[in-house]
Design a protein around this ligand. Structure first.
Ligand SMILES: Nc1ncnc2c1ncn2[C@@H]1O[C@H](COP(=O)(O)OP(=O)(O)OP(=O)(O)O)[C@@H](O)[C@H]1O
Ligand SMILES: [Mg+2]
Length: 282
């Protein structure tokens, strides 16, 4: 199989250096108070500590607006933290931004593509940035997309003509083309049909097994977190409420049924029956 360059080897990073280390990280945005019209700071990330060892799949579960994407964007160097420190393989992300960008790959629902270009052209552009030869990249892209159930002929139509799920598959293929040392997957399975979702999950497990990759994945799918993640972090209002193996989370916070859904509701401070009542209400 075609190989991509191993970025970590030449950097001499020891095996016990965590793939990701976050200490006291805070990020505030400004938002306009609708009543006074004044700008005020809102904490999207309100003080996070986290260590992800190499080879781990860490899941992040949390309500809408709890800070998952902000956290991922901070690690991906797309945002700068107001406070604290983020290290990727021991490298401070602010001081080593370009190097860190070559060690990480981010897939998000609002995938950043050139929509008028085809999938093949977009993949060629992305891999060019990472120094992967185009011939190698195209062969591997075909292989990955076939695995994810995207017909090969879709590689040569403009991306804007692909469905959201199909575009997401191209984004996943892109992340895997370049040596995916730390993969940041922001809701990679949201909006995918059940079969595609399962294919992506299997693929994530396979990538970890075959690529020495570390994976941080945010999701709203409780079963997904339970099934593929070594540990799950529950984030609420910009803080981690818990980080542990899912069996331990379920034993401690999963109630009598021992479900991840109950863990989620317990840790974000709502009760399942109240939420159900609200859904059915008014
Ligand atoms: N660029 C921005 N400007 C202003 N506020 C922002 C910005 N990005 C995020 N926020 C705010 O930060 C908070 C966290 O947003 P974030 O996108 O990290 O949440 P999330 O957990 O990814 O949510 P979702 O599950 O809906 O994707 C929200 O209150 C959001 O309104
Ligand atoms: Mg998000």
């Amino acid at each position: 199989m075609a190989t991509v360059p191993d970025m970590l080897g030449p950097l001499n990073i020891s095996a016990d250096t965590p793939a990701l280390r976050i200490r006291g990280v805070e990020k505030h945005f400004r938002e306009k108070d609708p009543e006074t019209g004044r700008w005020r700071p809102v904490a999207a990330v309100a003080g996070l500590d986290l260590e992800v060892p190499r080879g781990e799949i860490l899941g992040i579960l949390g309500p809408n607006g709890s800070g998952k994407s902000t956290l991922i964007r901070l690690v991906a160097t797309l945002l700068l933290a107001d406070r604290g420190r983020v290290e990727v393989f021991g490298l401070d992300v602010e001081r080593n931004r370009l190097l860190v960008r070559r060690l990480i790959n981010r897939v998000s629902v609002e995938a950043s593509f050139f929509k008028k270009l085809t999938a093949a052209e977009n993949l060629a552009y992305a891999t060019g940035l990472y120094g992967v030869p185009n011939r190698v990249a195209q062969a591997r892209a075909r292989e990955i997309l076939e695995r994810l159930g995207l017909p090969a002929k879709k590689l040569s139509v403009p991306l804007e003509q692909l469905s959201r799920g199909q575009q997401q598959k191209v984004a996943i293929a892109r992340a895997l083309l370049t040596s995916p040392t730390l993969m940041l997957l922001d809701e990679p399975t949201t909006g995918l049909d059940p079969k595609s979702r399962r294919e992506v999950q299997e693929f994530v497990l396979e990538v970890r097994a075959t690529h020495d990759a570390t994976i941080v994945i945010s999701t709203h799918d409780m079963d997904e977190a339970d099934r593929i993640c070594d540990r799950v972090a529950i984030i609420n209002a910009g803080r981690f409420a818990a980080i542990d193996r899912s069996d331990r989370l379920k034993a401690r916070w999963g109630g009598s049924a021992g479900t991840m859904e109950q863990v989620f509701f317990t840790l974000i401070g709502e009760h399942l029956d109240e939420a159900d009542a609200e859904e059915g209400g008014d």
